[in-house]
Write a protein that binds this ligand. Structure first.
Ligand code: CAA
Length: 258
């Protein structure tokens, strides 16, 4: 697929990189951009040389939300026909871990996109928010659900009801992001984290992601059963043998992804 709204970098050290590239509109997520992000994630998911993915924008904006200009004249029927957020669901089912490197604005759909990723590395100038209330609507791509799970009811209510942006430090204290790093190295720090993840056993990595996400949609009992089955399943991989033998032989494992 030819990309016009994103830049995709060929995998290096097991990490595939996607950059949202609409700087003139603070990386507003129009339909084309989301189609391209989903397609690029699909390609990386199918590529066995990719073990982790980084998604980022630029220093000023990860993404300032869904593209408001594309939605202004739409009515309910038109929005339902577009069903644009259904496409976002495909991001949730990406098997490989995705790290969002966020600097500047991550607002509305931008915040929701970052939360769809598995970890967030934030620059010290990152700002997170769900300002849809200021334009007469509300979050539509998981903001009321994922934000609440990440930061708790009190702060999620405040963010979605007032549209207030929170700083990177506040996001860190609230548990929304993994770490806050200086802006001039935010991408490099995310890449380093991605390379660390990419250096682990690939099948185990995917099953860990799957099991952690399962905790959002299952009872504790159901989730524990799911986890246990994934754990047992890994004993049919060559990498389980390799990992445990390497430990016993005091050497580094050589993962095969099988
Ligand atoms: N959609 C379309 N265009 C956007 C945009 C968006 N979400 N956010 C910014 N832009 C555009 C602006 O229109 C402007 O374009 P022009 O130069 O052509 O006028 C350009 O990006 C730069 O923006 P500003 O001049 O506004 O920059 P600023 O630094 O003064 O303000 C900002 C930055 C506070 C982020 C402000 O742009 C803003 O409030 N943006 C909208 C944020 C928002 O409401 N996001 C939620 C969208 S709805 C949504 O996401 C629904 C959902 O749940 C998925």
């Amino acid at each position: 697929m030819e990309y016009t709204c994103i830049l995709v970098t060929k995998p290096i050290d097991g990490v595939g990189v996607i950059q949202i590239n609409r700087p003139a509109v603070l990386n507003a997520l129009n339909l084309q951009t989301m189609t391209e992000i989903v397609a690029a994630l699909g390609e990386f998911d199918a590529d066995t040389t990719v073990r982790c993915i980084v998604l980022y924008g630029n220093e000023k904006a990860f993404a300032a939300g869904a593209d408001i200009k594309e939605m202004t004249g739409a009515d309910t029927v038109e929005m339902m026909k577009r069903d644009q957020f259904a496409k976002w669901e495909k991001i949730r089912t990406t098997k490989k871990p995705i790290i969002a490197a966020v600097s500047g604005f991550a607002l509305g759909g931008g915040c929701e996109l970052a939360m769809l990723c598995d970890m967030i590395v934030a620059s010290d100038t990152a700002k997170f928010g769900q300002p849809e209330i200021n334009i007469g609507v509300m979050p539509g791509a998981g903001g009321t659900q994922r934000l609440t799970r990440a930061v708790g009811k009190a702060l999620a209510m405040e963010i979605a009801l007032t549209g207030r942006m929170i700083s990177a430090q506040e996001a860190l204290s609230a548990g929304l992001v993994n770490r806050v790093v200086p802006t001039n190295v935010f991408f490099e720090e995310a890449l380093a984290l991605a390379k660390e993840v990419a250096s682990k056993a690939p099948i185990a990595t995917m099953l860990v992601k799957e099991a952690v996400l399962k905790s959002f949609s299952s009872t504790l009992e159901g989730g524990l059963e799911f986890e246990r089955k994934n754990f047992y399943m890994l004993f049919s991989t060559e990498d389980q043998k390799e990992g445990m033998e390497a430990f016993v032989e005091k050497r580094k494992p050589n993962w095969k992804g099988r």
